[in-house]
Design a protein around this ligand. Sequence first.
Ligand SMILES: NC(=O)c1ccc[n+]([C@@H]2O[C@H](COP(=O)([O-])OP(=O)(O)OC[C@H]3O[C@@H](n4cnc5c(N)ncnc54)[C@H](OP(=O)(O)O)[C@@H]3O)[C@@H](O)[C@H]2O)c1
Length: 305
Amino acid sequence: MARFSTILLTGANGQVGYELQHSLAGLGNVIALERSQLDLSDAAAIRRVVREIKPNLIVNPAAYTAVDKAEAEPELAMAINTVAPGVLAEEAARLDVPLVHYSTDYVYDGAKSLPYVETDSTNPLSVYGKSKLAGEDAIRAVGLPHLILRTSWVYGARGKNFLRTILRLAAEREQLRVVSDQIGAPTWSRSIAEATLVALNNWNEGLNGTYHLTCAGQTSWYEFAREIVKEYELRCESRSWPKLRANVAGIEAIKAAEYPTPAPRPANSRLDCAKIKHDFSVTMPDWREALRQALDDPGFNPGQG
Ligand SMILES: NC(=O)c1ccc[n+]([C@@H]2O[C@H](COP(=O)([O-])OP(=O)(O)OC[C@H]3O[C@@H](n4cnc5c(N)ncnc54)[C@H](OP(=O)(O)O)[C@@H]3O)[C@@H](O)[C@H]2O)c1
């Protein structure tokens, strides 16, 4: 019997969840549940579903990810991002199976000048960041075999993300204003899913804990937006994509202070990924290369959604 013959996957419709359905399929039978099949704000439902399915592995990419809305809905954010991971961990421990969970750069305050390492102090600035950190703590408190993978700036072909927002705005207007004083690593959802598969293939009981997992390199939102528009334009004609109104010169750099949001963001979101490379031989593509691959993927359609 395969080691992970039955894998329970939450948040099957999310950016990372959708990619995990495909990348984990070679590992075992993936039972991928979307919100309508498993609502993580319902702890009793989590317990019931896990006990019914009896998986050999639980993978939890589902989360309350509306960072600004969370400021007004802290109870719901906490139920999904804090309570649910703790319940999943308890149920996984009961079955004696591991839990893979995802977390965020927003557990840090961004004041460090270098990339963050896993042992750095956390200090989330937002309700979302606090709810995610408390979710990590809830898993660690259960003491089961687990992987917590902190990632950043996730984008992909589906869902709400910066890539799709920039392409939508660039199709609507000639000028865009984008924040240039927050830095991090844009990370393709598929790169996260593929790295998760590598980590699970190399996983053993001795390897546990919290790891940083982002694409390599660093950039600002402003430079990311420029790269998106540049790479889109290179493919536009051959892929028969709609033309954009804004070009790279139409993107203006602004300070975060000029674009206030309900939830503050860390100025430095860079995560050092040496530990996951060392322990699991996970190497991530450079963010520019991953962006090119995401745009070249036949599944990418800028007109969708
Ligand atoms: N997105 C980012 O930029 C980012 C950055 C750093 C870390 N992360 C972390 O990476 C992980 C994956 O994020 P993502 O980008 O894939 O997020 P996403 O695209 O927003 O997907 C989240 C998924 O969670 C589901 N969900 C929300 N509330 C739920 C509930 N009550 N019960 C069950 N499912 C629920 C959503 O369902 P619906 O489809 O029904 O809404 C959605 O499918 C998360 O842990 C997130 O915190 C994300």
